[in-house]
Structures are given as structure tokens and as C-alpha cells.
Design a protein around this ligand. Structure first.
Ligand code: UDX
Ligand code: ADP
Length: 452
């Protein structure tokens, strides 16, 4: 089979690399209108950093995995087309700030309708509001001229930083489609692709709308767990309870389970906030304001946590950070990714810049230009310095904030860092990854989230 994927981003690139790797009989072409991105996929420096991705791309690129800007040809030749374009939160017009912006999806559907010649299976990979497949179908069928389209929903559950692991060994693969004979036949074709490496009992099939809604619901539930434990972290700080101990104690209840209970400075990433906002908007659209308010509170708690952390830094530093050097370790929204979308670090840094702090930032994978864009600063802004390592960033600082849980931050020589800082030296562990007791023994005034 010939497979085309429109969109060579964090989802499309790794997912298609894995399909090509596991299904050597299929040819997979990933296309994008962004030429620089495609060039990067064809180079040694891939545009997406994911452990294990390089090896898979190198093994298959040029054999049955291709990256190209020739969108039209790839669509024309394909039997199956994945749509993996971005669906950001709408910033304009009706639903601004909440609804998903579907212009890229719609453009994709129009492109498919315009250039394809035979029958196609079109697969929604991007996370979409429930019932988007209906609009895609109408666009495709408005000018079908005898061609037949089947629309499937196959949401991606991979998490960044562990994408290859998640793709290789998924908890489940979800495929939704029309419950007609043609729809079911299309579902089976996609089931067969995944069955090359995923046990069949982990491949779930549903109707289209259940599949679309399950993706939003999964992300909302995961984010809700983080907001719940973060809410408790504030109470822990007021009561001398330890949030890690509370999380462990409740996580051993098999009905609750231990995962996704790590209290933090707030969740980030391209999915959680966007998908919940989308869910909130959908609930309002369908006349369910109470359901909308319930899910919106997950976002409100996350915003509270980010600002609460920044406020705590300021109040601990004697209520002023003006002209103080504050070191920020980690800028990505989690470890093992270069992605900064919705990273808590952006919000913390902005709050501290507003308080006129001088920030020195180090992240192992995020380039300076990306940080400046995220912080909406010009090229030469004196308020931030981007450093090449953690020691440079922390030298002469009044405080260190650990905002991403990169493994290398656990291995640093904190005695050396302490000796080069202003005293008293403060350390705020926004991810609860460091041994606070050991840091206190060195002399740091160290605090974590939700710890006394
Ligand atoms: C998420 C979903 O996990 C994935 O299934 C979906 O396909 C896309 O969205 P991702 O955003 O890549 O994946 O990363 P994830 O590991 O879920 O982390 C999201 C954010 O939550 C990160 O900022 C992370 O640090 C934070 N987090 C996660 C916590 O603060 N505490 C936790 O216990 C877990
Ligand atoms: P995700 O995290 O969902 O993968 P990204 O923003 O990383 O999102 O990737 C989406 C990609 O889709 C971008 O590289 C963008 O250029 C591409 N894209 C958007 N619209 C189109 C289109 N009409 N045709 C081809 N590529 C597109």
C-alpha cells in the first residue's frame, strides 16, 4: 500500500517513521508545506528530538520512508492519507481562545479533493473536535465525481520524549470509522497496518464520534489528575504534609493507580490545554455549561499553579527579584524533548521578567531563538541570558529554578553551584526531582512543590 501523511510535525514524523519501520511492504511519504522542516527530516539533524527516532529514520529513509514537499503527487499516488497537521487553539473570531482552529485541516481536505484521482481512505491523526469527520466528508464528497472516500479517526496517544517507546508498544490503538460495510472494510485495512506489530486485542475499533471524543477525553482525564494533585500541593505547603508521600499513599489504591500523580509547576505541551479548551468549547456549543465549567477548572488550576510558583519565588527572595540574577534550568515542557509549547517555564519566566528579574536560562535542547520567541523578546534583550550549561547559568545567581526534569540536572555538582552563588542561595524544584535534604545540607534554602 502507498501511504501519505500530510504534516511532518511531532506526531506525523515519528508515527510514519514507525509505520515504515514495521511495515516494509508499505511505502510511506510524509509531506509538508514547510520546506525547511522537510529539509531537516532529510538531513542528519532531524527537526524533532526524540530518543530512538534517529535510528528508525536512518534505517528506513530512502527505502520505504520519504519526506517531501510535493504534496500533490504524494496525495495522488496514495491509497491511504493521514492528516497530521496542526490544530491550534483559535485566536480570532467565534470561539477565540478555546475552539480548535480547523483551517489547516480544511485546507488539507480541500487539497485532497482537488488532486486525488481514485478512491482513498482518509485518516484523521490530528486531535479534532468531535464530529469534524462530518465536515471533512462533506468537503471531499462535494466534488467527488465518482471517487469514494472513507474517513477514519485514528488519534495518536504518544507522549513526547517517549514517542518511539509509545509507538512501539502502545497501550492501545484506536480506530473509528463508519459502521457501514465500506466503513468497516476501511477500518480493517488500517487495523492490518498496526497488526504488523501491535497485538490485535490492543487495537480498538469504534464509531467515528467515539474515537474523536476519546482522544479529547483521555487528555482531559490525564490533565485532571495533574491539576488534582497540584491543588493538593498547595494544601500540603500550608500544612506540612508532603505531596510525594500523599501521591504515593493514594496511588497504591488500585482504583486510583500511581501514574500521572507527580505534582509539578504545571502541565505544558501542545495537547492538554488545547484539548481541554476544545472540550470546554464543545460542551458550551452543545448547551452544557456545567460540564464546560467543570473541565475549565482543570485549566484554571494549572494557571494558578504556574503563577503561584512565580509568586513564591518572589516572596521567598524577600519580596523583590528586581535586578537579581535568577537561574532557570530547563525550558522544554518536559524532559527529552526540544518542544516548548505551553511550557510552564514560559509563564514563570514572564512573571519574573515582569518583576524585573534578570534570567539566565539553560536547557540542553531548546535553542536560544526559540526561548526569545516564546518570551516575546527581541534578539538583544538584556533581561535574559541564554547559557551553554547549568554552571554558567547559576554563577552569581540568587536563586535556581528547576523547571524541567532533565536527567542531567540530577547529576550536577550542587556544592560547586552553591559556592558560586549569592548567599543565601535559594533553590526551587518545580518538578520535585531533586533530593531537597541533601541540598539543604550543602546550605541551599531548598523547596519543592507541595513540601511543607
Ligand atoms: C500528552 C498525552 O500523555 C499523550 O497521550 C497525548 O497523545 C498527547 O498529550 P505529552 O503532552 O507529550 O502527551 O506529554 P505528557 O507526558 O502527557 O506530559 C504533559 C505535561 O504534564 C508535561 O508538562 C509534564 O511535565 C506534566 N506532568 C505529567 C506532570 O506535571 N505530572 C505528571 O504526573 C505527569
Ligand atoms: P503536531 O504536534 O500535531 O505534529 P506540528 O505543528 O508539529 O503539530 O506539525 C504540523 C505540521 O503540519 C507542520 O509542519 C505544518 O507545516 C504542517 N501543515 C499544516 N498545514 C499543512 C498543509 N495544508 N499541507 C501540508 N502540511 C501542512
Amino acid at each position: 500500500m502507498k501511504i501519505c501523511c500530510i504534516g511532518a510535525g511531532y506526531v506525523g514524523g515519528p508515527t510514519m517513521a514507525m509505520i515504515a519501520h514495521k511495515c516494509e511492504d508499505h511505502t510511506v511519504t510524509v509531506v509538508d508545506i514547510n520546506e525547511a522542516r522537510i529539509d531537516a527530516w532529510n538531513s542528519v539533524e532531524l527537526p524533532v528530538y526524540e530518543p530512538g527516532l534517529d535510528e528508525i529514520v536512518q534505517a528506513n529513509r530512502g527505502k520505504n520512508l520519504f519526506f517531501s514537499t510535493d504534496v500533490d503527487s504524494a496525495i495522488r499516488e496514495a491509497d491511504m492519507i493521514f492528516m497530521s497537521v496542526n490544530t491550534p487553539t483559535k485566536t480570532y473570531g467565534v470561539g477565540a481562545g478555546r475552539a480548535a482552529d480547523l483551517r489547516y485541516i480544511e485546507k488539507c481536505a480541500r487539497k485532497i479533493a482537488e488532486v486525488c484521482e481514485g478512491d482513498k481512505i482518509v485518516v484523521e491523526k490530528s486531535t479534532l473536535p468531535v464530529r469534524t469527520a462530518e465536515s471533512i466528508k462533506r468537503i471531499l464528497e462535494s466534488n467527488a465525481e465518482g471517487r469514494k472516500f472513507q474517513i477514519l479517526s485514528n488519534p495518536e496517544f504518544l507522549a513526547e520524549g517517549t514517542a518511539i517507546q509509545d509507538l512501539q508498544n502502545p497501550d492501545r490503538v484506536l480506530i473509528g470509522g463508519d459502521q457501514t460495510p465500506e466503513g468497516k472494510a476501511a477500518i480493517q485495512i488500517l487495523v492490518d497496518v498496526y497488526a504488523a506489530w501491535v497485538p490485535e486485542e490492543r487495537i480498538l475499533t469504534t464509531n467515528l464520534w467515539s474515537s474523536e471524543l476519546s482522544k479529547l477525553t483521555a487528555n482531559a482525564f490525564l490533565a485532571q489528575r495533574i491539576s488534582s494533585i497540584n491543588a493538593i500541593s498547595a494544601l500540603c505547603e500550608a500544612t506540612e504534609a508532603n505531596v510525594d508521600e500523599v501521591a504515593h499513599a493514594i496511588g497504591t489504591d488500585s482504583r486510583i493507580g500511581p501514574k500521572f500523580l507527580k505534582s509539578s509547576v504545571g502541565f505544558g505541551g501542545s495537547c492538554f490545554q488545547k484539548d481541554i479548551l476544545n472540550l470546554v468549547y464543545l460542551c458550551e456549543h452543545f448547551g452544557l455549561p456545567d460540564v464546560a465549567a467543570y473541565w475549565n477548572s482543570v485549566i484554571e488550576m494549572n494557571d494558578y499553579q504556574k503563577h503561584r510558583f512565580a509568586r513564591k519565588v518572589v516572596s521567598t527572595l524577600f519580596n523583590t527579584v528586581s535586578d537579581k540574577k535568577i537561574a532557570v534550568l530547563g525550558f522544554a515542557f518536559k524532559k527529552d524533548t526540544n518542544d516548548t509549547r505551553e511550557s510552564a517555564a514560559i509563564y514563570i519566566c514572564k512573571d519574573l521578567l515582569e518583576e524585573q528579574a534578570n534570567l539566565s536560562i539553560y536547557d540542553p535542547k531548546v535553542p536560544e531563538a526559540q526561548m526569545l520567541r516564546d518570551l516575546e523578546l527581541g534578539e538583544k534583550d538584556d533581561s535574559i541570558t541564554v547559557c551553554g550549561d547549568a554552571y554558567e547559568a547559576t554563577k552569581d545567581a540568587h536563586a535556581v529554578l528547576v523547571l524541567t526534569e532533565w536527567d542531567e540536572f540530577k547529576e550536577l555538582d550542587y556544592k560547586k553551584i552553591y559556592d558560586a552563588m549569592h548567599l543565601p542561595a535559594f533553590l526551587f524544584d518545580g518538578r520535585n526531582v531533586l533530593d531537597l535534604e541533601a541540598l539543604r545540607e550543602i546550605g541551599f534554602e531548598a523547596s519543592g512543590i507541595g513540601k511543607g
